[in-house]
Design a protein around this ligand. Structure first.
Ligand SMILES: [Zn+2]
Length: 77
């Protein structure tokens, strides 16, 4: 289930991330992870940023920085 829109998807339609030192990182095979769907990564970044801050203490200063981080992660762009 996507943590942003709460819709259910087949697992391959979702990106799996986790928190590491208050940063968003790709899932490292161990630890607490969560899923975000491709649509939310593209269209729902503000909400995703808020949820990450609230639930995981992952904080980004602005949406531009956050967009760069998302590009560096394994999100197919
Ligand atoms: Zn979603």
């Amino acid at each position: 289930m996507c943590i942003v829109c709460r819709a259910r998807f087949p697992q391959k339609g979702l990106y799996r991330f986790q928190e590491n030192n208050k940063k968003l990182v790709n899932f490292q095979k161990t630890g607490r992870s969560f899923y975000v769907c491709a649509a939310c990564i593209t269209n729902n970044r503000n909400k995703l940023m808020k949820i990450l801050n609230h639930k995981f203490r992952i904080k980004y200063d602005n949406i531009e920085d956050f967009g760069k981080i998302l590009k560096e992660l394994d999100t197919n762009g």
